[in-house]
Every structure is written in C-alpha cells, then in structure tokens.
Write a protein that binds this ligand. Structure first.
Ligand SMILES: NC(=O)c1ccc[n+]([C@@H]2O[C@H](COP(=O)([O-])OP(=O)(O)OC[C@H]3O[C@@H](n4cnc5c(N)ncnc54)[C@H](OP(=O)(O)O)[C@@H]3O)[C@@H](O)[C@H]2O)c1
Length: 272
C-alpha cells in the first residue's frame, strides 16, 4: 500500500470510509477490510460507529503501529472544552490511547479558529492524536488556518471524484504540501454505473468504480476513502491500485461533467 508522509504520519493512500455503517454490520465490514489489507479506517463521532470500529480493532491481531485511524470532532463541539471531551469519548469508544489523525469535521459559523487550533495542537502535544487536520474547509478558511494560525494540518478532507472539479483547492493544498483526502470518491456509488467509466474499465479488465478510484490515486497528494460494506467491493477497491489508465482514458474522464457536488458543507457563501 502506498503512503503519503504528512506532519509526521504515514497516511495510507486508500482507506475505508465508514459513514452510514453501524453496529455489527460496521464491525463485520471493518474486520473484513482489515483482513483484506486495509490499514486506514475513517470514522467520526457523528457516524455513531466508533464503538463498533473499536471492537473490530480490538479483535484484529494487528499491531497498533500498523494501523491508521482517523476520527473527527463534530461542529457542535468546537469550543475548547467540548473538543477535549469529544476526543476523550472517541478514544474510549475506539479503545485507543491515541488516534492518528483528528479532524475538524465541518466548520461552524461561530467557531473561534485560534482557540480551536490551540486546543487541537495541545491534544497533539499531549499525544492524544498524532496529527490534526480539517475537513470541508474552503481556501479562505485554509488560508487563516495555515498562513495566520500556522497550524500543522496534515490534510483537508473534502468531496472529490470524477464528477467534481477541485482544481483551485488542490492547487492551494499542493502549494502548501497538504494532502487532499477525497471523500465520496465513488460519488456515493454513482461512479459504478457511469457509461464512460464502464467503457474505460472494459479496456483494462476493470470496473467503473476501480477506474474512478485509480483516477484519484494517480494524482499526487490525493488519498481516497471509499466506503464499501461488501468484502467483494472492498477487495475490488484495493485492487484499483493496479489499474493502469492512459491519456485517452484521462481525456474521457476530463470531459465528464465536473460540477456535481453531493454533499454541501453550506457554511460559506462561496465554496472555492
Ligand atoms: N468529512 C466529511 O464531511 C465526509 C462526508 C462524506 C463522507 N465522508 C467519508 O468518506 C467516506 C466515503 O464517502 P461515501 O460513503 O459518502 O461515498 P463513496 O465512498 O463515494 O460511495 C459509497 C457507495 O459506493 C458503493 N461501493 C463501494 N465500492 C464499490 C464498488 N467497488 N463497486 C460498486 N459500488 C461500490 C458502496 O456500496 P456498499 O456500501 O453497499 O458496499 C456505497 O453505496 C464516508 O464513508 C466517510 O468515511 C466524509
């Protein structure tokens, strides 16, 4: 598995998303993913599944140092005390002393960015998380965090897939050497039935979903976290790393509509 080095952590470039997975089904999906070779699991306090993931991690025989676990603080908990409490609860549910990456899940209109990042950096210094980062931050917010507060963020996790252009955001992140973690990398499953991707896949003995993932993973500094509950899909998504796309494929993907956003962070008048 390829990794990206960012702020002292080794981030596996393909992870398992777990939104809308809960209880025993979530535990089974995470156990299956770990058995197949996934080492990066993406969760959040808001997903209500950290306990199921904790059970799966505890049942695995894997060394903690071989695993990358990301969780996120919800935007109602962005006051310093609330962040600290939220991480305590997440760690307890995950049955861990430390997560690898702790993200601000979603900006809030009334958030106090300096106070938030001071708290997050303290949690990092205290070893409760190995690195900190953000999700759903636009360029304006990133500029404040990176250039004014100078917080050492290890990623920005945002929606990114074959149907959504993220060029301005990618360019900003690349200039600051911050990886982009692509959520909804399969456009919530829609990529699997796209005719253009199916056609490209046929050429390479691959599926449309694999083509969509490989298109993301061929881009430097991009990590993808597809959610898949079925072991067959989990395996297929891992194998997407071996698909080889050519210039003709990339041109066909570039011609797909690029304005389809399926999750709207809706916190700012313009998303750039
Ligand atoms: N930070 C944020 O605000 C934020 C927002 C949204 C998502 N996320 C994270 O990103 C992860 C991924 O996003 P997502 O779950 O919304 O969407 P996604 O990963 O783009 O798509 C998931 C859908 O694709 C299907 N699928 C997976 N592999 C497939 C394959 N090989 N062939 C065909 N279909 C396949 C899944 O089916 P099955 O489940 O039936 O297998 C599921 O219905 C989330 O789970 C979450 O961890 C973060």
């Amino acid at each position: 598995m390829d990794h990206l080095q960012t702020q002292g952590i080794n981030l596996p470039r393909l992870g398992l998303g777990t939104f809308r997975m809960q209880g025993d089904a979530c535990r089974a999906a995470v156990e299956s993913a770990l058995a197949l070779g996934y080492r990066h699991i993406d969760t959040a306090e808001m997903y209500g599944n950290e306990d199921a993931i904790g059970a799966a991690l505890a049942a695995s025989k894997l060394a903690r140092t071989d695993l990358h676990i990301t969780t996120k603080v919800w935007n109602e908990n962005l006051a310093p005390d609330a962040i600290r409490k939220a991480l305590d609860v997440s760690l307890k549910k995950l049955r861990l002393d430390q997560v690898d990456l702790y993200l601000v899940h979603w900006p809030a209109r009334n958030m106090n960015l300096p106070a938030m990042f001071e708290t997050l950096m303290k949690l990092k210094d205290d070893g409760r998380t190995r690195a900190i980062g953000v999700a759903n931050f636009n360029i304006a917010l990133l500029k404040t965090v990176v250039e004014q507060i100078k917080a050492p963020i290890a990623c920005n996790q945002v929606e990114y897939h074959v149907f959504l252009d993220q060029t301005p955001l990618r360019n900003y992140l690349a200039a600051k050497s911050i990886p982009l973690v692509a959520y909804c990398p399969l456009a919530q499953g829609r990529a699997a039935s796209d005719e253009t991707l199916i056609k490209i896949g046929r050429k390479h003995g691959a599926t449309a979903a694999q083509v969509a993932l490989k298109w993301l993973l061929d881009q430097d500094d991009v990590v993808a976290i597809p959610k898949a509950s079925r072991p067959e899909s989990q395996k297929a998504n891992l194998e997407a790393l071996h698909v080889g796309l050519d210039d003709e494929d990339r041109a066909a993907i570039a011609a797909l509509p690029k304005n389809k956003r399926f999750v709207n962070p809706g916190f700012a008048p313009e998303w750039d």
